[in-house]
Design a protein around this ligand. Sequence first.
Ligand code: AMP
Length: 141
Amino acid sequence: MAAKHILACVDFSEYSTRALVEVGEYARANGSKVTLIHVSDPQAFVPPQAILESAAARDETSHEDALAKLRDQHLADVEVEVAVLADHAPAKAICDYAEKHGVDLIIVGSHGRGGVERWLIGSVAERVVRHATANVYVVRL
Ligand code: AMP
């Protein structure tokens, strides 16, 4: 059964942005709407230009702009919304957003800004898998 509304979780690491290639392919094939979501910790603000690895994105001034740029790069011909939430608990914010907005598929990368050193998938990804009421697809990177 194809998902109608996909929530793609972006932490601006190369892992989450690589996952958008798969999101684009799936959404185009199935006519799905995509929301790109980033949760930023209000007490530990890190501007996206400091973590985006793409040189082209270094002049971005906001998380919304950075998400819009990813939308343009990876999700042409797809209906896309962007959502930036301020919350210190990203996994919970993602799960709550998904429930409230009728999301039927959440996409996370297996790793994020912490890199691949950790033995299992990252903690945000793991919490989303455990607590989301929608299906979750973990893109193995
Ligand atoms: P982590 O669990 O931090 O290793 O990250 C795994 C994946 O969770 C990333 O590839 C993103 O898809 C997602 N993710 C992590 N942190 C955030 C965040 N602050 N906002 C949105 N998605 C996130």
